[in-house]
Design a protein around this ligand. Structure first.
Ligand SMILES: [Zn+2]
Ligand SMILES: [Zn+2]
Ligand SMILES: [Zn+2]
Length: 137
């Protein structure tokens, strides 16, 4: 898994400094989603600022995406390809991606006639996954 991330990174970011490589390797070891704080806590040899900067870099490169959990905490996870959103289970914390977003059209409609240029949107969907009693039809 580290090699997959490294390959995706190499294609987009070019060379990484040694400390950033430590952060990338730690990201590759994560299962599911994680917070920047937890990652930084596990990497005492790397400065917090470096951890945060590298996460930002990985996010901008499309390797990671940010997920706003229902409790307001911001988590990171390996990103699926392209524009997508997340189905977040509030019981077990499992996150699933979904694409086929139709928000852009709605937002463009909302912004119509207002002095506002839309540059993006953020949407998370909270609920229960199948394993937590969610209704899978
Ligand atoms: Zn995502
Ligand atoms: Zn669940
Ligand atoms: Zn969208």
């Amino acid at each position: 898994m580290p090699s997959l991330i490294a390959a995706r990174l190499a294609a987009r970011l070019g060379r990484l400094t040694a400390s950033r490589r430590v952060v990338v390797a730690a990201v590759a070891r994560q299962r599911g989603h994680f917070t920047a704080e937890a990652l930084a806590a596990g990497l005492p040899i790397v400065g917090r600022a470096t951890v945060y900067r590298t996460l930002k870099l990985l996010t901008e490169a499309g390797v990671l995406c940010r997920v706003l959990m229902e409790d307001g905490s911001l988590h990171y996870r390996l990103s699926g390809p392209g524009h997508h959103h997340h189905l977040v289970c509030v019981a077990c914390g499992t996150i699933q991606d979904f694409s086929g977003c139709d928000v852009n059209g709605m937002v463009a409609q909302l912004a119509k006639g207002k002095a506002f240029t839309v540059e993006g949107h953020w949407l998370e969907v909270y609920g229960r996954c199948g394993g937590c009693g969610g209704g899978a039809s």
